[in-house]
Structure formats: structure tokens, C-alpha cells
Design a binder for this molecule. Structure first.
Ligand SMILES: Cc1cc2nc3c(=O)[nH]c(=O)nc-3n(C[C@H](O)[C@H](O)[C@H](O)COP(=O)(O)OP(=O)(O)OC[C@H]3O[C@@H](n4cnc5c(N)ncnc54)[C@H](O)[C@@H]3O)c2cc1C
Ligand code: FES
Length: 264
């Protein structure tokens, strides 16, 4: 029988803080890492929570040599307990889950747009895509700008925006996005957008892509229960090509959808 996801007891290789609120976790998970694609996610059973607690979904930040990396923010009980795992602990990991991003189309310039920890799957995408693209990273303050250093060594341009102006341009990430789309248009190049971040950012990015006439692949951040398409706890209204609408499961049919298909 074809298996496309695994439930592995992954060994913690390391856990490191990134500033005050964020952490990078490296796990030994050869089955999942060997098949992971950018934009897919894993569903973790967090040690330290009661066994009846729900798993928590996290994007795959990187997968190479049997290792899986995630980059996460402590926002509550589950992510707080995850930040307290130690080297050698075992974390049950289900994955890789979801559809992931498509490969950037030939003849386009990939433009990644990230908000906060949304940079994680986009760093993975850039690493796998090769070639040269542009990454725009936004956050509230400089402390929310993560993984910017991942892109330069692989030849990508990085532009940063913070709402308080403490790093990069002052304002939302849509400010450098508008400028980037205009520059590419003037150079006769076509952008293809890949975005992950808060819903407000995704909606704004989708609207700009529609106005520009380019495609935008948005990774939706929806609360999840089962993570595998069984409970219908994560549905999003999606428009088919014929104009009819249906409720897609973000965990199974997504989390990535082309912006024109999303009925906000
Ligand atoms: C496909 C997918 C990929 C994700 N990737 C990452 C990632 O790479 N790094 C990362 O840090 N987080 C990621 N998240 C969000 C992460 O799953 C939640 O932050 C985590 O489950 C919160 O668990 P908790 O027990 O700490 O928080 P809870 O105690 O459950 O909640 C604390 C606060 O976080 C909010 N919250 C909970 N879940 C989400 C969610 N899915 N989106 C937005 N807010 C939420 C709650 O509304 C509440 O305000 C992803 C979510 C999805 C659906
Ligand atoms: S979380 Fe259960 S169907 Fe998506």
C-alpha cells in the first residue's frame, strides 16, 4: 500500500533560541525528511503535554540528510512545552503533510513574501528552487525578522520591512512588495509570488498579485485538529475553475492555495 506520510518518533538533535520568543528545533526523522517538500508541514505531539492533547502543526523549515528543522514561536501551552524539549528527547512527528508549494514556473522570478515565522517554508522553498529570487520579510520589530541570512548565500535578494522601523523599511511588507513588482514590470519580468504569514498579510498580497496579473501561492495558517483531512476542523471556502465553490480542508487540500481560488 502506498504510504505518503509517516508517524516517526523523532530524536531531538538540538534546540536553540532565536532571540527571546523563537526557537529552531532539529529532529532526526529520516522517513519524513526524505520526502518533505517546501510548503508541507508536520504535526507534532508535544512531550510534556497530557497524551490526550492535540498535536500542533509546524511548517518544515528544512529537510536534509535525515534531519528535519522547524522554526517556531512560543505563543501558548504547546509551543511553550516544545521549547523545553532537550537533546535526546523523542518527539512523535506525523508528516510530511499537505500539498506544499509548486515549483516556481519557468520564465518567472520567484518572489517570496514572509511574515514572522512564515519565513520557515519559504527558506526551504528558496533552498530547493535554486536560481535567483527575491525574498521580502516583514515583522512587527527587528526581533520578528527571522532567517534573513538564509537567502544571501544562495544568491537571493532580501528586503526587510518592520512596522516600527527598527530594521529595513518602516511599514508593512507590502511596501517593498509593491516596489519589487513595479521594478520587475519595468524590467519586463514576470513575478510569481509565494507567501506565508498572517491572514491579513496574505489577503493583501493576494490582492496585489491579482492587480499585477501574476500568480500568488498563499500558505494558509488555520487552526488544526487531526491534520490529515478527517475531522473537517480546518475548512476554507475555495472556488473551482467552473466558478462553483467547495469547502477545502486546509491540512489535506492545502495549506497552499492560489490566491484567485480563495473565497475570503
Ligand atoms: C500549516 C501550519 C504551519 C504552521 N507553521 C508554523 C511554524 O512554522 N512556526 C510556528 O511558530 N507556528 C506555526 N504554525 C502555528 C502553530 O501551529 C501554532 O502557533 C501552535 O499550534 C500554537 O500552539 P500553542 O499550544 O502554543 O498555542 P495555543 O495555546 O493553542 O494558542 C495560543 C495562541 O496562539 C494562537 N494560535 C494557535 N494556533 C494558531 C495558528 N495555527 N495560527 C495562528 N495562531 C494560532 C491562538 O489563537 C492563541 O492566541 C503553523 C500553523 C499551521 C496551520
Ligand atoms: S485538521 Fe482535521 S480535516 Fe484538517
Amino acid at each position: 500500500m502506498k504510504t505518503d506520510c509517516w508517524d516517526e518518533g523523532a530524536k531531538v538533535l538540538s534546540i536553540s533560541p532565536v532571540g527571546a520568543e523563537y526557537w529552531t528545533l532539529r529532529l532526526q526523522a529520516p522517513q519524513i525528511a526524505g520526502r518533505a517538500r517546501p510548503g508541507q508541514f508536520v504535526h507534532l505531539r508535544v512531550p510534556g503535554l497530557e497524551t490526550s492533547a492535540l498535536r500542533r502543526p509546524f511548517s518544515i523549515y528544512g529537510a536534509e540528510g535525515g534531519e528535519l528543522r522547524i522554526l517556531f514561536k512560543v505563543v501558548g501551552r504547546g509551543s511553550g512545552a516544545l521549547s523545553r524539549v532537550r537533546e535526546g528527547d523523542t518527539v512523535p512527528v506525523l508528516g510530511p503533510l499537505g500539498n506544499g508549494f509548486p515549483k516556481p514556473a519557468k520564465g518567472t522570478v520567484p518572489v517570496c513574501v514572509a511574515g514572522g515565522y512564515g519565513v520557515a517554508p519559504l527558506s526551504f522553498l528558496a533552498a530547493r528552487a535554486g536560481g535567483r529570487g527575491i525574498t521580502l520579510i516583514g515583522g512587527r520589530t527587528a526581533a520578528d525578522i527571522l532567517a534573513a541570512e538564509d537567502f544571501g548565500p544562495i544568491g537571493w535578494t532580501v528586503k526587510i520591512a518592520t512596522q516600527d522601523g527598527s530594521r529595513g523599511t518602516e511599514g508593512l511588507v507590502t511596501v517593498p512588495l509593491e516596489e519589487t513588482l513595479r521594478q520587475l514590470r519595468e524590467e519586463g519580468k514576470k513575478a510569481e509570488i509565494f507567501a506565508c504569514g498572517p491572514t491579513g498579510m496574505l489577503r493583501a498580497v493576494g490582492a496585489m498579485a491579482e492587480a499585477e496579473g501574476c500568480r500568488a501561492w498563499l500558505s494558509l495558517d488555520e487552526r488544526m485538529v487531526c491534520g490529515v483531512g478527517a475531522c473537517l476542523g480546518c475548512v476554507q471556502k475555495i472556488r473551482r475553475k467552473d466558478g462553483s465553490e467547495y469547502l477545502a480542508r486546509v491540512c489535506k487540500d492545502g495549506p497552499v492555495f492560489e490566491c484567485r481560488t480563495i473565497v475570503w
